[in-house]
Design a protein around this ligand. Structure first.
Ligand code: ZN
Length: 152
């Protein structure tokens, strides 16, 4: 008896691989619906960005709050077992993200980082769209304001 539906299993697999996840699909659908065209997971770019918009020279990463350690985010929980293991794993992820960001910015790419928790509000995707079209350089991280910050 299979207790996990095929759809759920596919979700689990894609989040393990970290590609074509549901949040990524949400970003793609939104940008595509607004007429933007992009390439996926270009292997020749640092960190293999989730989306690349060549016309706008924008690289997009959709980051899971847990794996990429969204600061102050309630979804960036700490597993209570094997603490050393997780801490090292997280540190490597964060370090790799920073290296990739620097490399892309250094190569003249504009950088858009969308944390998964920001996708609960479409306003963030609107901001993303405006920023892409604006041609403004550098890096934009969304959500701008975390609604999920812990109280303490
Ligand atoms: Zn988050």
């Amino acid at each position: 008896m299979d207790v996990v539906s095929p759809e759920k299993r596919s979700d689990m697999m894609s989040s393990i691989k970290g590609r074509n996840t549901r949040p990524e699909m949400q970003v793609r659908a939104y940008l595509h619906a607004h007429g933007l065209r992009f390439r996926l997971h270009r292997k020749d770019l640092p960190g293999r960005p989730d989306l690349v918009l060549p016309k706008h020279r924008v690289a997009v990463f959709v980051h899971g709050c847990f794996w990429h350690r969204h600061r102050g985010c309630k979804f960036a929980t700490r597993p209570s077992t094997r603490e050393d293991f997780w801490q090292q794993k997280f540190a490597r992820n964060v370090e790799r993200d920073l290296e990739n960001q620097e490399a892309l910015l250094g190569a003249g790419w504009r950088l858009l980082i969308i944390w998964e928790c920001g996708l609960k509000n479409n306003l963030n995707l609107e901001v993303a769209l405006q920023w892409i079209k604006s041609g403004q350089g550098g890096m934009l991280t969304l959500p701008l304001v975390k609604t999920s910050a812990p109280v303490s």
